[in-house]
Write a protein that binds this ligand. Structure first.
Ligand SMILES: Cc1cc2nc3c(=O)[nH]c(=O)nc-3n(C[C@H](O)[C@H](O)[C@H](O)COP(=O)(O)O)c2cc1C
Length: 221
């Protein structure tokens, strides 16, 4: 792992708990891989507007990759092609991904570019890579105590698999809206990241996480 791409999808930006844990995980990785080059994109900044009629027409007409309607899509797909790991910090919004991450999905999943077809089924055209997905939610989404459906983790798994990214580790930060549960959820999330064989760094990780460093990252919005 040399060049992770970090996608931050919370409207709360750098103050989001998921974002903070993702940065901590990247800082830890950097301790073990000093030459790590992180590309960070804050999807919530809305730099890509929305899906336009031009884009929809270009998709439907299988327009050339150089078509101007594909400019944003090309930027985001190339960003994936230039990186070898993926970290996504996303909140759950109404049981699924927030609109900022949905826009990224709609721009990145392109037939003939990021996925193709074999025997009538979609197959990914991008390289698989270790992927850490931090899912923050105000309530509980898993297990018997879940208060709501989870249309985020299965959906995101299917979406990433479509483009060839299958090596996924999910970490859930649940019940963040509950003051009696939030701290525990964050501590548990840290432990899960530390225990992850790719993104964690074993038993020393918890100590390392407390010692913050400024991570030189290339921020794109
Ligand atoms: C528009 C909106 C919709 C939300 N929908 C849900 C939801 O369906 N389920 C849930 O548990 N929390 C929901 N929340 C709460 C967010 O998931 C929560 O604020 C967020 O995960 C906090 O994590 P962060 O600090 O990492 O941003 C919603 C929040 C917003 C703003």
């Amino acid at each position: 792992m040399k060049a992770p791409l970090f996608l931050s999808a919370s409207p709360m930006g750098a103050t989001a708990r998921g974002h903070t844990l993702a940065i901590e995980a990247l800082e830890n990785l950097r301790r073990h891989h000093p030459s790590l080059k992180v590309t960070a994109r804050d999807l919530s900044q809305g730099g890509f507007g929305q899906i336009t009629a031009d884009y929809a027409e270009a998709i439907l007409s299988h327009a050339d990759h150089a078509d101007p309607a594909f400019t944003a899509s090309e930027i985001l797909i190339r960003e994936l092609e230039e990186t070898d790991a993926l970290v996504i910090a996303t909140p759950m919004h109404n049981y699924t991904v927030p609109v900022a991450l949905k826009l990224w999905i709609d721009l990145v999943l392109r037939a003939g570019r990021s996925f193709g077809f074999r025997d009538g089924r979609k197959v990914g055209l991008l390289a698989d890579r270790p992927t850490l997905i931090l899912v923050s939610s105000g309530g509980l989404v898993r297990g018997v105590a879940a208060s709501q459906p989870d249309h985020l983790s299965g959906y995101l798994t299917d979406v990433l698999k479509t483009i060839g990214i299958c090596d996924l580790s999910f970490v859930f930060l649940e019940a963040l809206a509950r003051s009696d549960r939030a701290e525990q959820a964050i501590a548990q999330g840290r432990q899960e990241i530390a225990a992850d064989e790719r993104f964690g760094s074993g038993p020393t990780a918890e100590v390392a996480l407390l010692d913050k460093v400024v991570l030189p990252i290339c921020c794109r919005t």
